[in-house]
Design a protein around this ligand. Structure first.
Ligand code: CLF
Ligand code: SF4
Length: 523
């Protein structure tokens, strides 16, 4: 499939809606609490926003996109199809044997698909997982370095499953050339990975780019890359396409500079900024892995996200997922949908059934929000206190995972303003083959060491004692209840105990971000 073939009749409609949305974005920028203040003004309400924070048209676009709405990510799933193998740049955190590390953890290899296989896979997943609402192309290379395969996949899917939102992630080098095609296929969500806006910084991240049939290196390469990324972002904003910016935080290289990146992307209309930790280990075989470049700690990452959040809300629920990921963001069901399995599957694309299921999800979601609202009174006594708690969950915003079965913990910050999702921590499974694994428990404690409590559906006696000894309270009395409501009830009890002198409040230490490669989560 050549790129020229996409200039013909593959349009699936006019671009009227894009014009309307551009207008809406302007209204959104003027919306209370999100007002634009010159070049560095707040441009959006970000991923933690709800329907009251943004115009209905924008809410319609983000409400069931698990990456663009933190709240949605508890309920809705995304899937990726790995149709784009080639890349046009080199990042020092990427080993080209594996997938694009911009949206995928190093050490992960995805099964490459043709657009036709990808289309069959989308139908198979949509039939099995009715809450799967978004199809993203995020690799394994750069989707826009493979425009033929990428846009043919979007075309096929928009024909067979028009209710599924389309999403693409790119390093941005080729973006300006493809913005009109992106608009034509109604791809409403575009991620650009922008790690710098200064080529002096960029030359330490990107050894080369492939540009106009030449390999360019150093400052010159980084200069072209940043110019193309920012131009692409401006072109998306002009067309009313929601743009999310991913940035990899690399301590000592771009960590301080990402505040500048945040200002630059916000002033160009980015909807959301997702600062992700560098994941780097020698076994990944990347330049950074081999030269010992470390990633940030959990608290370093949070501090930078907090600093940028003063100007623009941040995405904090990214899972740096695989180029063939399937499921809720915290899970990976890709092993259920290998090419062999999907080719053998009977596919029944039941759009009425999917709609009914999603209506039930909305009811559950409203119940969760209402439950949280009920617990907001009485938090004033927290004063300036902010504490973190970890939660074991399989999704739906409910404490429904056994401590020993958790592959990740969601982290909530509790303060006088309520319970706020601030991140997640991947861990090694504690329970292996029915037995607790002491080494794994140590890594779990390191991963949630900055938390005062861990909420679980169930926990055994041994880990309970070890967690308590480490100063992390295991809490299992809210099993199968809503996370935020339960956390707030527990927090008020904690505040009462501090007030009565029963316990002495003390700050916790830092926590580690797991660096190990995750080869397969589901297999
Ligand atoms: Fe995929 Fe990316 Fe679309 Fe999401 S992922 S293309 S915006 S549908 Fe999401 Fe995964 Fe993070 Fe990406 S959690 S790596 S931000
Ligand atoms: Fe690797 Fe993605 Fe960077 Fe390309 S853009 S070098 S695939 S991380």
């Amino acid at each position: 499939m050549t790129e020229a073939m996409f200039e013909d009749s593959h349009s699936n409609g006019s671009d009227d809606s894009a014009v309307d949305i551009a207008d809406v974005m302007q209204k959104m920028a003027e919306h209370k609490g999100c007002g634009t203040e010159g070049g560095s003004g707040k441009a959006s309400c970000g991923s933690s926003g709800g329907p009251e924070d943004m115009p209905p048209e924008i809410w319609e676009k983000v409400k069931n996109h698990p990456c663009y709405s933190e709240e949605a990510h508890h309920h809705y799933a995304r899937m990726h199809v790995a149709v784009a193998p080639a890349c046009n740049i080199q990042c020092n955190y990427c080993n080209r044997k594996y997938d694009c590390a911009n949206e995928s953890r190093p050490g992960v290899v995805s099964e490459r698909l043709t657009p036709e296989q990808a289309s069959k896979k989308v139908l198979a997943v949509a039939s099995t997982i009715p809450q799967m609402t978004v199809l993203g192309i995020a690799g394994p290379g750069d989707p826009l370095a493979n425009p033929g395969k990428t846009f043919e996949t979007f075309r096929l899917i928009s024909e067979v499953a028009p209710d599924i939102k389309l999403c693409v992630s790119t390093n941005g080098l080729a973006l300006p050339d493809w913005v009109d095609e992106i608009a034509k296929y109604k791809v409403d969500h575009v991620t650009i990975t922008i790690n710098m806006v200064d080529p002096e910084v960029g030359q330490h991240i990107y050894p080369w780019i492939f540009w106009e049939n030449k390999r360019l290196t150093g400052y010159e390469a980084a200069k072209i890359l940043t110019e193309r990324q920012l131009l692409g972002l401006e072109m998306l904003t002009e067309r009313g396409i929601l743009a999310k910016i991913n940035s990899v935080m690399i301590p000592g290289i771009n960590d301080k500079h990402l505040v500048e990146v945040n200002k630059a992307v916000k002033s160009r209309g980015a909807f959301l900024h997702n600062i992700m930790p560098l994941i780097s280990a020698p076994e990944h075989g990347t330049v950074f892995g081999l030269n010992g470049q470390r990633g940030p700690t959990a608290q370093e990452l949070k501090a930078l996200q907090d600093e940028c959040e003063g100007d623009m809300n941040m995405m904090r629920h990214c899972r740096q997922c695989r180029a063939d990921a399937v499921g809720l963001l915290g899970e990976d069901r890709s092993a259920e949908f290998t090419t062999d399995k999907i080719m053998a599957m009977e596919v029944n694309y039941d759009s009425a059934g999917r709609k009914a299921y999603q209506e039930a999800v909305e009811a559950e979601r409203l119940a969760k929000v209402a439950a949280k609202q009920d617990e907001l009174d009485g938090l004033e006594k927290a004063g300036d206190m902010k504490i973190l708690v970890a939660v074991a969950t399989k999704g739906h915003g409910i404490i429904n995972e056994h401590f020993g079965h958790a592959k990740e913990f969601q982290i909530y910050e509790l303060s006088q303003t309520g319970a706020k999702f601030v991140g997640h921590r991947r861990v090694d499974l504690y329970c292996q083959g029915g037995y607790g694994e002491e080494d794994a428990l140590e890594t779990v404690i390191k991963a949630i060491n900055d938390c005062h409590a861990v909420f679980v559906a169930k926990i055994g006696g041994c880990p309970k004692a070890d967690l308590t000894e480490a100063g992390i309270e295991p809490v299992d009395q809210y099993a199968h209840e809503f996370i935020e409501k339960s956390a707030l009830v527990w927090f008020k009890d904690y505040l009462d105990k501090v007030e009565s002198g029963e316990i002495v409040h003390a700050d916790r230490g830092d926590a580690a971000i797991r660096q190990g490669a995750l080869i397969s989560e589901a297999g």
